[in-house]
Design a protein around this ligand. Structure first.
Ligand SMILES: CC(C)(COP(=O)(O)OP(=O)(O)OC[C@H]1O[C@@H](n2cnc3c(N)ncnc32)[C@H](O)[C@@H]1OP(=O)(O)O)[C@@H](O)C(=O)NCCC(=O)NCCS
Length: 150
């Protein structure tokens, strides 16, 4: 709640973080976030995914990422999607791999007092267009485009 309130309170077209919930069979099962800084200039966005434990490993992670990629590329007109995950997170890496992302670097971050490796991933608009993915429909975004700097 604090995270979401902070994102809403500090939202501006030059720096935003949109964190919609994921609904499955009528229940909220997770969130699929998308964020960007200077999107009007960079045309690039970052995503962050979370599913409740009981809902992991059933293909929902791939579907919700595909949905937000469609939102970013198709509705907002992005050129590049970015993602970062810990090297030992096979589910997150699996989602990115199956949607066509390419590794484009790594970095070391502090995690609970110890160094941990994160992988950077990148998906271009061209690769996204060629990826086999579920059909996605976006409704009502036209009135909101100014908020995204789109
Ligand atoms: C990361 C997360 C969103 C992925 O969603 P998911 O529903 O579990 O993943 P999916 O079932 O859609 O699987 C996507 C791909 O990864 C593969 N995969 C999933 N779990 C895996 C595992 N434990 N080991 C190896 N591969 C795995 C799947 O086979 C699938 O590949 P395919 O499409 O080629 O068959 C979800 O697991 C999650 O919320 N984890 C906790 C939070 C987290 O780590 N978020 C990411 C932070 S960067």
């Amino acid at each position: 709640m604090r995270w979401n309130l902070l994102q809403l309170a500090t939202w501006k077209p030059e720096a935003w973080s949109f964190n919609p919930v994921v609904l499955h069979a009528g229940r909220v099962v997770g969130t699929q976030g998308i964020s960007a800084t200077s999107f009007a200039v960079t045309r690039s966005f970052m995503t962050g995914s979370w599913l409740g434990r009981a809902h992991q490993g059933q293909g929902l992670g791939r579907e919700m990422r595909a949905a937000i990629l469609h939102f970013g590329f198709s509705a907002l007109g992005a050129e590049t999607a970015l993602s970062r995950t810990f090297r030992e997170n096979p589910a997150a890496l699996g989602v990115s791999r199956s949607l066509g992302y390419e590794e484009n670097g790594e970095l070391v971050v502090e995690r609970r007092g110890l160094p941990a490796e994160k992988v950077s991933l990148r998906l271009s608009r061209e690769r996204w267009a060629l990826t086999d993915r579920p059909e996605v429909h976006v409704a009502g975004v036209e009135r909101c485009l100014d908020f995204f700097g789109g």
